[in-house]
Ligand binder design. Structure first.
Ligand code: NI
Length: 151
């Protein structure tokens, strides 16, 4: 495992659409391991492959001690609304409010190519939506309702 360099907001790679993963091999596992380490070292609760410069549809999320790897994730359904503060490892020293669903059902593949579904509410729903947006070149600042300025 190794940490990888996180690319920042002004890097055009963050605006590209990532490609579907078709091969679930050791190269993918290494990427996922490195993403997890990079997320943890930087105290993030999620990271998407394009943030380490790899345009593949892979994200990892860690919320409330639940660790998830999602390959080719797709939001199947969502409901409700929440507006909470988000930050992003690619947008340092900022945070702000974004509207997200309160609940999302996501289908994805694990690192071995097995399909699974996960339902997330609250912070997990936020993290899933935020990371899946990265795969389509969308940053939370595109959806910002209001900058967070502390309390
Ligand atoms: Ni982010």
């Amino acid at each position: 495992m190794a940490t990888r360099k996180i690319i920042l907001q002004d890097n055009p790679l963050l605006r590209k659409k990532s490609k579907k993963v078709n091969v679930f091999d050791e190269k993918l596992w290494e990427l996922l391991d490195d993403m997890a380490e990079t997320m943890r070292v930087n105290n993030g609760c999620g990271i998407a492959a394009p943030q380490v410069g790899v345009l593949k549809r892979a994200v990892v999320v860690e919320v409330n001690q639940m660790f998830l790897e999602l390959i080719n994730p797709e939001i199947l359904s969502s409901r409700g609304n929440q507006c909470e503060v988000e930050g992003c490892l690619s947008v340092p020293n900022r945070s702000g409010y974004v509207n997200r669903p309160e609940l999302v059902c996501v289908k994805a593949f694990d690192r071995y190519g097995n399909e699974f579904a996960i339902t997330g509410t609250g912070l997990l729903a936020v993290a899933l939506c935020h990371e899946i947006d990265h795969l389509d070149g969308i940053l939370y600042i595109d959806k910002l309702v209001k900058e967070y300025e502390g309390e």
